[in-house]
Design a protein around this ligand. Sequence first.
Ligand code: FMN
Ligand code: SF4
Ligand code: SF4
Length: 379
Amino acid sequence: MSDELFDLQIGYVKFSNPIALAPMAGVTNSEFANNYAKNAGLAVIGGYNLDGDTNIAAKALVENGRDEFITDTPLEFLENEAKAINIGSAVAFNVRSTTLEPLLKAAEIIKNAGGILELDAHCRQDEMVSIGVGEALMKDMPRLADWISKIKETGVVLSVKVRANVVDDIALARTIENAGADILHLDAMMEGAGADLGAILRVRDSTRMFLIGNNSILDFNDAKEMFSKGADMVSVSRGVLQDAHLIDHLVEEVTLLQEQMGWYNSPKHVCRGEGDLRGLAFCCLPVKPCAVHNKAGQLGYSPKEFANVKMEFAKGTPLEFGDSTCFGSLVWCCKISKPCYLRDGVLDLLDLSAADYMKLKKDLATYILDNAKKPVNES
Ligand SMILES: Cc1cc2nc3c(=O)[nH]c(=O)nc-3n(C[C@H](O)[C@H](O)[C@H](O)COP(=O)(O)O)c2cc1C
Ligand code: SF4
Ligand code: SF4
């Protein structure tokens, strides 16, 4: 597979595809990733306990039957893990600490290894939360923001792992983005209900950060649903324990989809509230009362401004053409998965493939968001 197919890069880290291994403490170490995540675009390993207090908490968790990585020399342990991992893809190290200092030291090690530091603001075990780690960080946003900005000063690429439906998801995403993090790794868990896809969509519409969606992905249909709500990447953990080839299978399927469709995480149409803001790329000329007005309004566009921004983008591109379509130009046309002989006739005439049409729609969605009167990450 060519590295260029997905065009996914953050700072010094390049992802060959949008499938990730998600961390499981005591399980997902370098050896696990070498065995089960060789083909993933990203392997998130850990969580590693970086100080004395988190290692003491981890020992208590082990006594209660959970798996944990425990060590008296956390930074050496981390460094050895960075050396032992041997996969073609990017690596992130999920870490916990009660104080900032060990995180800054870990950031230097991880940056030198070309990896990503992932701050665990997700763990909900009492032993960790009671010492201010994991979920406690989500509930203390000023401290979380302060730590993010200080970790970012090291130059490391930074991911923050959180869980949905614990605090205000939108405020949380914006705090993390505005503090300078590069990646939001969102476990979309809803207590007793599996993945909350609405949480992915809500967060997608409140941040421009690279978004990794997570929870209950067991096959490609689950992954596709999460992609269509705006996840840039999806991650799997328990699924890999059930099916050792899950990651390979997901990578194969998403590669095929990207080759055929050109936009593996294209949104749904916004008509019934299913599509995120990127879905405006598929909207009609705003001439009738429908969801487009509210959705474009979220970005501060009046109907006229919205029409203008789409036409501005179309100028000089193949989307300008299409006299025979509903609104006189492909820029107003639907997603390729919606059958339409009028649009397809124009694509044939222009010799534009379905994948190239969708790539233009993707660029159009970015243009609409880039030129918003009210950026998504501002409340
Ligand atoms: C045994 C186990 C250990 C976990 N340890 C961590 C951890 O150390 N850090 C973290 O951020 N998430 C941890 N998680 C959460 C997973 O990364 C993931 O968010 C969650 O399991 C939902 O994804 P899944 O449905 O693909 O398993 C753990 C999950 C399990 C099952
Ligand atoms: S403009 Fe068209 S695609 Fe967009 S919400 Fe309205 S009917 Fe749906
Ligand atoms: S011509 Fe077809 S694709 Fe274009 S807007 Fe009309 S129905 Fe949608």
